[in-house]
Design a protein around this ligand. Sequence first.
Ligand SMILES: [Zn+2]
Length: 316
Amino acid sequence: MNLKQVQKKFGTHEKCVSYLEKLRWGKTVRCAYCESTRVIKAKSEKGRYKCYDCNKSFSVLVGTIFQDSKLKLNDWFLITVLVLNAKMGISSKAISRQTGIPLKTCWLTSMKIRCAMIDKKTELHGVLQMDESYFGSSPEKKITKNTPLNSPVLSTVYEKRGRGTKKTAVVGIVETGGSVKTKIIDKLTTRNLMAMLKKYVKTDESVLVTDGFRSYAKMDEAIEHITVKHKEKTKGGLNTNTIEGYWSIIKNGIKGNYRALSKKYLPFYLVEYDYKYNRRNKTQAMFEEFIANALTDESCMLNYKPIGDTKEVIYG
Ligand SMILES: [Zn+2]
């Protein structure tokens, strides 16, 4: 779906409502509160129904990311297309410039759109790569020509890729040629990494490739596990290049489009990048699939309460 198509097909709020009703209910309207089919069209307002069983009135928007929004659905759909089609991400400022919709509305709407990008079920299998990356600006000073060789700055650089620094650690698991799942993990302990592995991976049908970081050492107990040295080209064709490439995609995307974002909201952006990466070969079907997902009432991230220091700023 591109901008021209969305404006032609979903140019008015009413057209969008009929589309949502068809996607959500098919031919039989069900109460959004009690699932009863004993409903009648309300006379007061088009698109509203009344339920004989629970006596509540509802529209197709109840229990979806669109509920209680003042923004017309055609504008929602327009923003959705802009977000979905921006492979590397799009800032709410850019959305506002392109649509003329106020910045605050664009920000809130695009955050809700990210909520509907959560994959309900992730089950990775095959040859997998697992790795972590660190997000955040270094508090340390930059190294210059005159930095003494015994400077503590150099010792922090020596800590490979930020292990042991205060940056935010994100762990990712990627299938060779398939999907990815990333997650912020504050403490990179074996226990936490194992929990992520077990939650998202079919361990009996997979091989896991990691680098030699000690917290991965015990993965052998749960899955067939191969360790490759970091930067080592291949070990029988096995490496962690795919996941490392994926970190570059996210970091370049954040730097290029969002510039800086807080740790509080990083999970939303990770969801967005994972979602797009996982659908990189089926972008045509993405719009309808997205809207169908947006209609389900799993609002875990809509009710997201950030933990920790919310003022901490993350740079890609
Ligand atoms: Zn009802």
